[in-house]
Ligand binder design. Structure first.
Ligand code: FDM
Length: 212
């Protein structure tokens, strides 16, 4: 690896409804990039390992009740507490594959009826992804896949609202992939898009911040 000083890893985010295949695709993407010799880590938000993450986790399990605004800010705080580590990793050349990020934050909270601009505000200044891979699946199809675990939000009616909210968040970094295709086809498409992005960041692309 001939590192130029402005060479860095890529920030790649996977987004989509529950049961769209994000988690298994992110591990496939991780091994694909590893096999090519890249430094790469797999991350997930919410990160349930921190103190804030534990509060989020008990909220999602319906063990704790919280005001919609309060839980929104906790999800955001959970990203802020990882921001500097994220930047360090990227600048040292490690690519991050992140399962859910600020887009989940805004899509899920605005699906409850919170104002979308209010939802975006606490995300301002977090690192902007170089690539957002949206795994597109109709809510009904996702529900058929079964295995909704019974956490808060894992209901068809609510997922329909989330799907609608996601549509309002598309920006230049978004690429939509049809998540109803066979697993290997989705994997191949994601791999090509990610590789392209990693190469661009390796050549030296400035890090930017949400929302631009
Ligand atoms: N979720 C996730 C939010 O509501 N806001 C956020 O900022 C994030 C990152 O938490 F229903 C929701 C999305 C999902 C739930 O996510 C838990 P995982 O991926 O199942 O852990």
């Amino acid at each position: 690896n001939n590192h130029k000083s402005d060479s860095r890893g890529a920030l790649i985010v996977l987004e989509g409804l529950d049961r769209c295949g994000k988690t298994s695709q992110s591990s496939r993407l991780l091994s694909f990039l590893e096999r090519l010799g890249y430094l790469v880590e797999s991350w997930h938000f919410p990160d349930r390992n921190t103190g804030v993450g534990q509060m989020i986790s008990s909220y999602l399990a319906n063990e704790a009740q919280l005001d919609d605004h309060a839980i929104h800010l906790l999800f955001s705080a959970n990203r802020w507490e990882k921001r500097s580590l994220m930047e360090t990793r990227l600048r040292s050349g490690t690519t991050l594959i992140v399962d859910r990020y600020s887009y989940s934050g805004v899509a899920f909270s605005s699906a409850k009826g919170l104002d979308i601009e209010w939802c975006k505000a606490p995300e301002m200044g977090l690192l902007a992804p170089d690539l957002v891979l949206y795994l597109d699946i109709p809510p009904e199809k996702a529900a058929e896949r079964g295995g909704y675990g019974g956490e808060r939000y894992e209901q068809l009616e609510f997922q329909r609202k989330v799907a609608h909210s996601y549509q309002l968040l598309h920006d230049v970094s978004w690429k939509t992939v049809d998540a109803c295709l066979p697993i290997e086809d989705v994997e191949k498409q994601l791999g090509e898009m990610a590789l392209d992005c990693v190469t661009t960041c390796q050549k030296g692309k400035a890090l930017s911040q949400l929302w631009s």
